[in-house]
Design a protein around this ligand. Structure first.
Ligand code: CP
Length: 319
């Protein structure tokens, strides 16, 4: 499938083909090492990162690209993002000039821009990411935006495909406690990709943490965490803040009964444990579970290099 931008599962085409391509690249990650010759990737971060920063840069190097990294909050001018504002405050540059300038220095742009929880409509309309798509003149891919984290979800899917013991595994995505408000991007995106893959998906969370129905799709929502875990082949833990109504972006619970421990894992089908990282131990998951032989958190993170290599390869092929 021809790829111009990559912001969701809809941009990747047939998932069976994408997984096959990912496994081929994993077997020989330098196979396309000349594809990106004299092409420059610009990675723009509005938020912190460890895995996305390193794995995407490594993917670009696998393909022979040059890489420029810009941390907007460290050394760049503070950007105004609202049109029509009288810029007499602390933001000396407007994003509407900054974006095309950035585009003039590169061939492909990756953007990380989390939900800001100031305006739900702006977050769910992906205002920042879409401005890059509209004004940069370059292919743009998401390195986690307000509503989705597709490079992570693609890596999650590769990891499940590598470890699944049945054709259609039962995957349980569970909310787990966290002291701060986190966006819904990872759970939204995970649900979207797992639904697209056709696995059995159960989502479990305390009442009040319902996700946008557009992402939940055909997944079953089960408020009883122990019941949800019964017979699971994969457990995917993640915190998210409330999505619904006036509670958007709020922390409604930090109930540590929801922390994934050996108690819940005992009722699964010897399930693998997954988390996108970074993870707060003994809030999201106990030391024992994350250190167990069924924990996939490290191979899952390693697969971020593979998902990013596939996406960049496809974008380069279409330049
Ligand atoms: N999972 C993930 O995206 O990690 P980083 O926030 O460290 O990039």
């Amino acid at each position: 499938m021809i790829m111009r931008h990559f912001t969701s599962v809809n941009d990747i085409g047939d998932l069976t083909v994408a997984i096959k391509e990912a496994l081929e690249i994993k077997a020989d990650r330098f196979k396309y090492s000349t594809l990106g010759r004299n092409k420059t990737l610009m990675m723009v971060f509005f938020n912190s990162s460890l895995r996305t920063r390193l794995s995407t840069q490594k993917a670009a190097l696998n393909l022979g690209m040059n890489v420029i990294v810009l941390d907007i909050n460290q050394g760049a001018w503070k950007l105004e993002t609202e049109r029509g504002v009288i810029m007499d405050g602390d933001k000396p540059e407007h994003i509407l000039e900054a974006i095309p300038v950035m585009g003039s220095y590169c061939d492909v742009i990756g953007v990380r821009s989390f939900a800001r929880f100031e305006n739900k409509c702006e977050d769910y309309n992906e205002v920042i990411l879409n401005q890059f798509i509209k004004y940069s003149g370059r292919p743009v891919f998401s390195m986690e935006a307000a509503t989705r984290h597709p490079l992570q979800s693609f890596a999650d899917l590769i990891t499940i495909e590598e470890h699944k013991r049945v054709e259609r595994p039962k995957v349980v995505m569970t909310w787990a406690p966290h002291p701060k408000a986190l966006p819904q991007a990872v759970p939204n995106s995970f649900a979207e990709w797992i639904n697209a893959a056709g696995y059995e998906l159960v989502i479990t969370h305390p009442e009040g943490y319902e996700l946008d129905e557009a992402f939940v799709g055909n997944a079953r929502v089960e408020y009883n965490q122990m019941k949800a875990f019964e017979g699971a082949d994969f457990v995917y833990a993640k915190n998210w803040s409330a999505y619904k109504g006036d509670n958007y972006g709020k922390v409604l619970s930090t109930d540590r009964d929801w922390t994934v421990s050996e108690r819940q894992m005992a009722v699964t089908n010897n399930a693998f444990f997954m988390h996108c990282l970074p993870v707060r131990r003994n809030m999201i998951v106990t030391d024992a579970v994350i250190e167990s032989e069924n924990s996939l958190v490290i191979p899952e993170a390693a697969n971020r290099e593979i998902s990013a290599t596939v996406v960049l390869k496809r974008i380069l092929e279409n330049l």
